[in-house]
Ligand binder design. Structure first.
Ligand SMILES: Cc1cc2nc3c(=O)[nH]c(=O)nc-3n(C[C@H](O)[C@H](O)[C@H](O)COP(=O)(O)OP(=O)(O)OC[C@H]3O[C@@H](n4cnc5c(N)ncnc54)[C@H](O)[C@@H]3O)c2cc1C
Length: 440
């Protein structure tokens, strides 16, 4: 019986090309290899390198990541975002005409409580167990030390600020999706984080883990995948060769790669490839910044969110990483390092700490974001053996293991682990939404 099952698996084994070795591509490649498929990852850069969003993010892995950015009432704050060039959310005037269709969809996605409830419930299965899945992956890749298992402390000036967060929706949505947290008063905050400024009088501790160096983590996952026989091709995917409705090879700047199936997981660069496979998706770069201070005294004890920033502080043996800000600009526009300066100044001012100014590094990366805060996961409309796995915005690290499981199930024609309709690549066009389910 066991032999028959093995034979059946071998018969179903495919050669799958995964485009991109960010966190989504790396975890997907590994999942497919574990299931016995032959996998080639196509990636022009160093896996885990600075060019990718997966390098410099905050590494927060938590079931609480179900709250979209666009919430009812956000539109009232739009003028401020347009006027403040270095605020937590900025929109560059000159890019407004190009960004307008995305921004309108973004505001509509958060227009009513009903819509954001639907979004939070759709995100729930992607992130509910994400910390545990990453714990297993890190152990498999031999880098358990990159996962910090302490939860996240969020601090507010007052309890009223906590209640008002996200136009009053944040904690409602977290409760709706089963998240739990512990509340702290001023004294308890001080006990946990003695160096923190006394203006913070209310706090919560949220469940979850943290990846303290996501770039090293991605590199380790790719190394693990290679040890299972995955091939890494250093090239850029340019498009597809196809026969009728199927891709026969991925065209790269270093020749064609013949394959049975293709996964598009090229982060912010996925849009053109998705269009070549038949889907016009709405995807924009939400640029974010980080500051790494490798020499500071004392190092904060907790992964901590300063909610009056807002910004995330992640201490580890590598120093302190400060992440935050959303900047709508053009992908290729030079970074505006004033954002990183704001993150640094705010954090340094929030603790009684000293740092060595020579040991500070700035980084900027592009979150691959859809306007409705949901990734794109599913078969392409024209080329049926292409599977989309991109658009993870603010939660790409957290949601990568469950994305990978869903992608592998699609490829193997198995029922996916959760309902995929909310992630459909066809949701951005009226025509796509009207297509009969059977034709998808
Ligand atoms: C400041 C900041 C903080 C964040 N904090 C968190 C957090 O706390 N938790 C969380 O879960 N998420 C967080 N995120 C979001 C997270 O970083 C992203 O969602 C995630 O990294 C996206 O992963 P990806 O694999 O889709 O894209 P990327 O990491 O960008 O990888 C895409 C890869 O595809 C490759 N590629 C591009 N084009 C091609 C091509 N044509 N052919 C072949 N390869 C190609 C690129 O070289 C790159 O390596 C944060 C992001 C930022 C910017």
């Amino acid at each position: 019986m066991a032999i028959d099952h093995h034979k059946q698996n071998m018969a179903n084994t495919k050669h799958i090309v995964v485009i991109g070795a960010g966190i989504v591509g790396a975890v997907t490649g590994l999942e497919l290899a574990r299931r016995g498929h032959r996998v080639t990852i196509i990636e022009p850069g160093e896996p885990g390198g600075e060019h990718a969003a997966s390098y410099g993010n905050g590494g927060w892995l938590s079931p609480s990541l179900v709250v979209p950015l666009s919430l009812p009432g956000l539109w009232r704050k739009l003028p401020r975002y347009l006027l403040d060039p270095v605020g937590p959310l900025t929109i560059r005037w000159c890019h407004l005409p190009r960004l307008a269709p995305w921004l309108i969809r973004f505001l509509l996605a958060g227009f009513s409580a009903r819509r954001v409830e639907k979004t939070a419930l759709a995100l729930h299965p992607l992130v509910a167990d994400c910390h545990l899945r990453h714990d297993e992956l890190a152990a498999e890749a031999g880098v358990s030390d990159l996962i910090e298992r302490k939860g996240q402390l969020q601090v507010y000036r007052t309890r009223a600020d906590f209640e008002a967060e996200g136009m009053g929706m944040t904690w409602y949505l977290r409760r709706l999706t089963g998240c739990t947290w512990t509340e702290l008063n001023a004294e308890e905050i001080r006990r946990r984080e003695p160096a923190l400024d006394s203006r913070y009088t209310f706090g919560v501790v949220l469940d979850g883990y943290n990846c303290v160096k996501p770039g090293l983590y991605v590199a380790a996952l790719v190394r693990r995948a290679l040890s299972l026989g995955v091939e890494l091709k250093r090239a850029r995917a340019l498009g597809f060769r196809s026969e009728s409705d199927r891709v026969t090879a991925v065209v790269t700047d270093d020749g064609d790669v013949v394959c049975d199936d293709v996964v598009i997981s090229a982060g912010i660069h996925s849009k053109a490839l998705a269009a070549a496979a038949g889907d016009r998706v709405s995807l924009e770069a939400e640029r974010g910044y980080h500051v790494e201070i490798s020499d500071m005294d004392p190092l904060p004890r907790n992964r901590l969110l300063l909610m009056d920033g807002p910004m995330a502080n992640t201490p580890s043996r590598f120093g302190l990483r400060i992440t935050g800000h959303v900047e709508f600009s053009h992908l290729n526009e030079p970074a505006d390092w004033r954002h990183a300066e704001v993150l640094k100044k705010f954090t340094v001012g929030a603790y009684r700490l000293t740092h060595n100014p020579d040991r500070v590094r700035f980084w900027m990366g592009a979150r691959p974001s859809t306007p409705d805060y949901l990734p794109v996961i599913g078969r392409a409309s024209r080329l049926s053996n292409v599977i989309h796995a991109f658009g993870h915005g603010h939660i790409g690290v957290a949601s990568s293991p469950n994305t990978a499981r869903a992608v592998a199930d699609i490829i193997e024609n198995r029922p996916p682990p959760f309902e995929l309709a909310p992630y459909s690549p066809r949701r951005f066009s009226l025509l796509g939404r009207l297509r009969p389910i059977a034709a998808r």
